[in-house]
Design a protein around this ligand. Structure first.
Ligand code: PEP
Ligand code: MG
Length: 941
């Protein structure tokens, strides 16, 4: 069982509180909220306290909907449990009172008498975390009450089946016994009875299973299965609280940025049975299609089944329209209720229901998770239907979701009909994925790796369970052979914006044998497949993907509604005209960072760049720079043209030089093996070292040792803190001279053709005002020279990046020389934490798992630490120069929570990669609108 350790101060706090409770004083906290008989203590707004599920149950009860009665133990009890490993006496007392009230309403007693009360015990946090925490059904059954249930239902098989399910769930969730220990017993019984399906086991066989299950409990938990119903309830409640801290729940919270301190509520509710026979059933549904937003009643159900059977994907359910044929009245009632719920909540609902003997019960309603395109579509429809305003609509789309409009599709031209393995999978989450098959989550992590994606993998499972979450996180796509549109795989991948094909029934997944069989073909781990999550097709081999349609009319509509609220400018980081054009199409209002070193990676430029780096005297360096000048000018002219009328920030050279040179170790090996290399190998070496002047095998011996000695001279132990940034331009001023000349020559050249240019020259990695002054002077001198030569003046600015803590602290000084600031939060994060950007992935997974860091600080801005420096630098800089333009161009510029932060601290703009421009625009608009509308900005969960 998990133990939770606490800081000493908190333990003391809890002890004080406990002693207070033990001395008989009551804390005054309402821990338990009752609902039943048409009235609830709580209501739908109390998600913080009751969790999403509890709040929904209270609201539905108050609205007079058919909800099985029960009570919710609020989230504070879970937080108490996390702090002290137990709950206070008040929780127990209030729970007993609520139970007594429930028993009185039902005319039953928990697990006792001829008509025993049975309950479900379910988790329910503020934000839905599908399947991540635990649930226990049929609680209250024991050796006696199972007999009463058999008599009452006149169905001994049903009673025995319910009891064995309870022992199994309780054993696994509460007593930590592996599921497989129970599965082995069950499978052995099926074998013995020659039963194919679970349902082939009769009451007698199930009673034998119960006897065996109890032995499993005794053996593994060293205790008997508790016969006392109240003891069952207390143990189940505490286990649900503990499940808040299980690994999969923690991972889910990390991925979805949910606060670890929220805790879960526990819902205890009178059981209704969907597995009482052919007039019973259970299902889940959405009031609109969660994949594309179509306005249609959408859902699935199973006759004669218990709740978890549908969501777990163990049986493939039938479309909800079928219910219309089987039980038309129930269907109409369900439609009516869910339509009312949608109108009431003014949002698409995701609901769960059970039919017991022809009577409908609502078990849950909540705002449904949906894909990006569906979110946009539903928001627009609801505005048109008069349900919500345009302002509300822009909060219905999570900024990262607009990215899904930009997802790739499979390139149909490369598709051979014979390669389509199935077209009958469910299009559970859109986009395309191409990768190598893996059959387990661990294998996925091993192959795909954490952080940087090593190999694209597709996780293939019969069905996914919450235990697969770590594999789903790293896979590019998910394929399941079972389960519906609301199965675990479908719901979770939609939330992740990841391609998924679910319920592809023609595919047989045999993970024990490490095989997938379909159409008589066998696929093994490592084989390539392609998925189309928008149509549900699975295709053999490695297809190409094509770019999506980026001017979707729905997307344009929502962006047009959002735009007027945005105060923060949005620019793009782009180094070449193609990216600049792309960024502009997404609405970028300028280039916030053009990394000039990226311009040198082109085939014709790299030899000159290398020659420039390797030069050991100014003359040689100038010669190489002379060759680079016209190429740079051409590149700059291209970017200026693409951004006609908009500002372009060009950064002077900031290369970690090692990225351009051969690895020292490789070079040493090549030299050492040179004399024993055969002709073929020598040919390879000539090709590899062509850029360094090697033309023939004979050159190798002459050139390589010299190259090694220069590489040795240039070698740096920590190149990220080495000879880069403005340090390079200060030690070799001719580099800045050449770049500034290229910028201004290009600017004049295009301006003469009528292009409006606004160059902003940016000096990187500045720590002192003198560095800035040194480089600023060179840039200004070159500008004057070029303007004089060409007979034309252009207005321009010279500014700096703020990427070192010192720069942030002396920003008032630096602003005397710099006309603008741009936060390089990649380096600023690196230097503030003292983490190496390139090596942080060695420690990050542990830091995240241990909760030392909540998020990767290179992905979402560390507002507490790095954010302070951003704030300080902005304030100090503007004190010196009130009109100082301030932006951000680190990766954080496209991450919604960081964008919101930049809005709050009054930056002028954010700059991000072209494909994140739409996300940044929406996040900035939400931040602006939340000021105006006084609503919670950022995520809409
Ligand atoms: C930064 O450091 O945030 C930045 C944008 O510069 P680079 O990533 O090129 O170091
Ligand atoms: Mg940087």
């Amino acid at each position: 069982m998990a133990t939770i350790s606490l800081p000493a101060a908190e333990v003391q706090e809890t002890k004080k509180q406990e002693s207070k409770n033990a001395s008989g004083k009551q804390s005054g906290t309402q821990y338990v909220y009752y609902f039943g008989g048409g009235k609830a203590d709580g209501d739908g707004k109390m998600k913080d306290v009751l969790g999403g599920k509890g709040a929904g149950l209270a609201e539905m009860t108050n609205a007079g909907l058919p909800v099985p009665p029960g009570f919710t133990i609020q989230t504070e009890a879970c937080r108490e449990y996390m702090r002290s490993g137990g709950v206070s006496k008040d929780v127990d007392r209030q729970m007993d009172e609520a139970l007594a009230k429930l028993e009185a309403l039902q005319g039953q007693k928990l697990g006792t008498g001829e008509n025993p009360l049975l309950v479900s015990v379910r988790s329910g946090a503020k934000f839905s975390m599908p399947g991540m925490m635990d649930t226990i059904l049929n609680l209250g059954l024991n050796d006696k009450s199972v007999e009463s249930l058999a008599k009452l239902s006149n169905n001994p098989r049903f009673a025995a089946d319910s009891y064995r399910r309870l022992i199994q769930m309780f054993g696994n969730v509460v007593l930590d016994i592996e599921k497989s220990a129970f599965d082995e017993v069950f499978d052995a019984k099926k074998k013995q009875k020659k039963a194919k399906l679970d349902t082939d086991l009769d009451a007698k066989a199930l009673q034998e299973v119960i006897v065996e299950y109890k032995k499993v409990v005794k053996k593994h938990a060293k205790r008997d299965f508790p016969q006392d119903p109240r003891e069952q309830l207390v143990m189940a409640r505490d286990a649900v609280f503990r499940s808040w801290q299980n690994d999969r729940a923690k991972t889910y919270r990390r991925i979805n940025n949910i606060d670890d301190m929220l805790g879960t509520a526990v819902n205890v509710q009178a059981m209704v049975f969907g597995n009482l026979g052919e007039t019973s059933g259970t299902g889940v549904g959405f009031t609109r299609n969660p994949a594309n937003g179509d306005k249609m009643f959408y859902g699935e159900f199973l006759l004669n089944a218990q709740g978890e059977d549908v969501v777990s994907g163990v049986r493939t359910p039938v479309p909800i329209l079928e219910l219309h044929k089987i039980m038309p009245e129930v269907y109409e009632q369900l439609r009516d209720i869910t339509t009312r719920l949608e109108k009431h909540y003014k949002d698409m609902q995701d609901f769960e229901f059970t039919i017991q003997d022809g009577k409908l019960y609502m078990l849950q309603t909540r705002n449904g998770k949906r894909t990006g395109p569906a979110a946009v579509r539903v928001a627009i429809q609801m505005v048109n239907e008069g349900l919500i305003t345009k302002e509300e609509a822009i909060f219905r789309v999570e900024p990262n979701q607009v990215y899904e409009f930009l997802l790739p599709r499979l390139d149909e031209r490369g598709l051979k009909v014979a390669d389509v393995l199935t077209s009958k999978g469910l299009p559970a989450s859109p986009g395309a994925a191409v990768g190598q098959i893996v059959f387990t989550a661990d294998e996925a992590v091993e192959k795909a790796g954490h952080g940087v994606q090593k190999n694209p993998v597709i996780l293939v499972r019969a069905e996914t369970t919450p235990e697969d979450i770590h594999g789903m996180e790293v896979a590019v796509g998910i394929l399941t052979s079972r389960g519906g549109m609301t199965s675990h795989a479908a719901v979770v991948t939609r939330g992740m914006g990841k391609c998924c094909v679910a319920g592809a029934g023609e595919i047989e997944v045999d993970d024990k044998a490490g095989q997938m069989r379909v159409k008589g073909q066998v696929f093994k781990a490592g084989d390539w497949i392609s998925l189309d999550g928008s149509t549900g097709r699975v295709i053999k081999g490695k297809l190409n993907t094509v770019d999506p349609k980026k001017d979707d009319p729905d997307l344009m509509t929502i962006m047009a509604w959002a735009e007027p609220f945005r105060k923060l400018g949005v620019r793009a980081n782009a180094d070449i005209p193609r990216d600049a054009i792309q960024a502009r199409a997404f609405g970028a209002e300028g280039i916030g960072l053009c990394r000039t070193e990226h311009m040198f990676f082109g085939e014709e430029k790299i030899p000159h760049m290398r020659a420039m780096i390797l030069a050991d005297n100014e003359k040689d360096r100038r010669a190489a720079l002379k060759k680079l000048l016209p190429m740079q000018r051409k590149d700059f002219a291209g970017v200026f043209k693409a951004m006609d009328g908009l500002p372009v920030t060009i950064r002077t050279l900031d290369p970690p030089l090692h990225e351009f040179l051969p690895r020292r170790e490789d070079l040493m090996v090549d030299i050492a093996l040179l004399s024993s290399s055969n002709t073929k190998r020598k040919k390879e070496l000539v090709r590899a070292y062509r850029d360094y002047g090697v033309r023939s095998a004979g050159d190798l011996k002459k050139i390589l040792p010299g190259l090694l000695s220069r590489v040795e001279q240039l070698h740096e132990f920590n190149p990220m803190l080495g000879h880069r940034g403005c340090r390079l331009g200060i030690t070799y001023p001719e580099i800045t001279e050449m770049q500034a000349r290229a910028i201004f020559e290009a600017a004049v050249e295009v301006a003469k053709k009528g292009v409006k240019v606004f160059p902003e020259v940016m000096i990187p990695l500045v720590a002192t005002v003198k560095e800035m002054a040194n480089q600023g002077a060179i840039v200004r001198r070159m500008a004057e020279e070029v303007f004089k030569e060409k007979g034309m003046k252009i207005s321009y600015m010279v500014g700096t990046m703020i990427e070192l803590p010192r720069a942030a602290l002396v920003a008032d000084e630096i602003a005397k020389e710099a006309e603008f600031f741009s936060f390089g939060t990649n380096d600023l994060t690196q230097t503030t934490f003292g983490f190496s950007r390139d090596d942080v992935n060695k420690v990050l997974p542990t830091y995240l798992a241990e909760g030392i860091l909540k998020q990767d600080p290179f992905a979402a801005l560390d507002q507490e630490g790095v954010g302070q420096l951003v704030k300080i630098a902005t304030e100090r800089g503007r004190k010196t120069r009130p009109t100082l333009k301030v932006g951000i161009c680190g990766e954080h510029g496209g991450e919604p929570s960081s964008v919101e932060f930049c809005h709050r601290v009054g930056l002028n703009y954010v700059s991000c990669s072209p494909f994140r421009v739409l996300t940044a625009r929406l996040a900035a608009a939400q931040a602006g609108a939340s000021d105006k509308l006084k609503v919670e900005g950022g995520r809409t969960k």
